[in-house]
Design a protein around this ligand. Structure first.
Ligand SMILES: NC(=O)c1ccc[n+]([C@@H]2O[C@H](COP(=O)([O-])OP(=O)(O)OC[C@H]3O[C@@H](n4cnc5c(N)ncnc54)[C@H](OP(=O)(O)O)[C@@H]3O)[C@@H](O)[C@H]2O)c1
Length: 345
């Protein structure tokens, strides 16, 4: 099969950039045209990732002219990078998938509160939120995708259909999420050190995490009213994986079978959703895959529904979902290049 589409990656040395490489190097329909890193420009990728010795690619400085020759460009960069460059690419007809938060929040005042002033508010309004299973039709014709955050992906996939169908109360939703350390990216910080995380477990961002406005924006859309949730992330002493435990109140008369029925109706045909009926899923069940697995329990048959949802933050939570969106945008089979079996041990 010929590799028809030229792809650019900006931020090729980071964790999500590396994960894009892992997926795209074996993708049957795309070819990496340019992979950018400012710090490693001129170096072969195998100098940074020796395990990729069989792939003769070199990092280059960010070069908008070269990126313009691509069919699609991924931004695997910190916020503020894509918002300054995506406009030019989109104008040139290049499709863009941004893994950062630059195009996720539609309200610029909210964006400014959590991040910084937005430099391209016009383009922001044209961006399509890329939670694939919930927004597929809009993704098909999008020029620019705001790829969702990792925590929001693990939370919205189980919750959105329940809010849409009115099975749970819109108030009193508590979300307790835990992530592996790769979720914080590769840049150096004391909090990311092995010694700080090994044999350790802690909550962070309790007073307010940047994914909170994204979760609330999107859930409000499905509930058709403003939703506020309590969201508490935690750091786990492992490299990759997210588990979100979500507590919500059932509407009167709703049974567990109703919950599973709604999930089945929404997701039965989905390749990357696993609905678990018995035990809550573990992060290893989805490690290295583009899958989100979730289950529900009503403890002691009281009124609280407890959902357990797992993803690999670097795959369904970032680069895998980005590739899934790329496939749709390029008119390819959505699952191409995403057939990984989980790293079970
Ligand atoms: N890690 C996750 O699980 C995860 C999940 C979902 C979304 N995300 C989002 O995805 C983005 C990338 O995350 P990551 O974890 O891969 O970060 P990372 O490991 O820190 O990597 C960041 C990359 O961006 C490049 N970069 C930094 N500043 C740049 C600039 N001004 N211009 C061009 N390139 C620049 C860096 O390389 P050079 O400095 O060499 O250029 C590096 O390759 C972030 O916005 C993050 O919030 C991450």
């Amino acid at each position: 099969m010929s590799k028809n589409f030229l792809i650019g990656i900006v931020g090729g040395t980071g964790y999500t950039g590396l994960e894009l490489l892992r997926l795209l190097l074996l993708h049957p329909q795309v070819k990496i045209h340019t992979i950018a890193s400012r710090s490693q420009a001129g170096q072969p990728i195998s100098d940074i990732f020796p395990g990729l010795e069989n792939y003769p690619l070199f990092f280059e400085d960010v070069n908008l002219k070269k990126l313009t020759a691509c069919d699609l460009v991924f931004y695997a960069t910190p916020h503020e990078v894509a918002m300054g460059q995506a406009g030019e690419l989109v104008k040139a007809g290049v499709k863009v998938v941004d893994l950062s938060a630059d195009f996720r929040l539609k309200n610029t005042t909210v964006f400014e509160h959590w991040y910084c002033q937005h430099s391209d508010p016009e383009l922001l309004q044209k961006a399509v939120y890329g939670l694939t299973e919930l927004n597929r039709e809009a993704i098909k014709t999008a020029q620019l995708i705001a790829n969702p955050g990792c925590y929001p992906t693990s939370i919205q996939l189980p919750l959105a259909p329940l809010l849409y169908e009115g099975l749970i109360e819109t108030k009193g939703i508590f979300i307790d999420s835990k992530s592996g350390v790769s979720g914080a990216g590769k840049s150096l910080s004391v909090g990311n050190l092995y010694t700080e995380n090994d044999e350790n477990f802690r909550a962070y961002g309790v007073a307010g995490h940047r994914h909170l406005p994204e979760i609330e924006q999107e859930l409000s859309h499905f509930a058709d009213e403003a939703i506020q949730v309590t969201f508490v992330p935690h750091l786990l002493p492992m490299t990759r994986g997210i588990e979100s435990t979500i507590y919500c109140q059932l509407k009167e008369g709703i049974k567990l079978t109703d919950i599973y029925q709604v999930w089945q109706k929404k997701y039965a045909q989905e390749d990357f959703i696993s609905i678990r009926e018995n035990t809550p899923p573990a992060t290893k069940e989805v490690r290295g895959t583009n899958r989100c697995a979730f289950s529900a329990v009503i403890p002691q048959q009281r009124n609280t529904l407890v959902i357990s949802s797992v993803i690999d933050n670097l795959v369904k939570g970032a680069s895998g979902q980005a590739v899934q969106n790329m496939n749709i945008m390029l008119g390819l089979d959505e699952t191409l290049g995403l057939g990984q079996i989980p790293l079970l041990a």
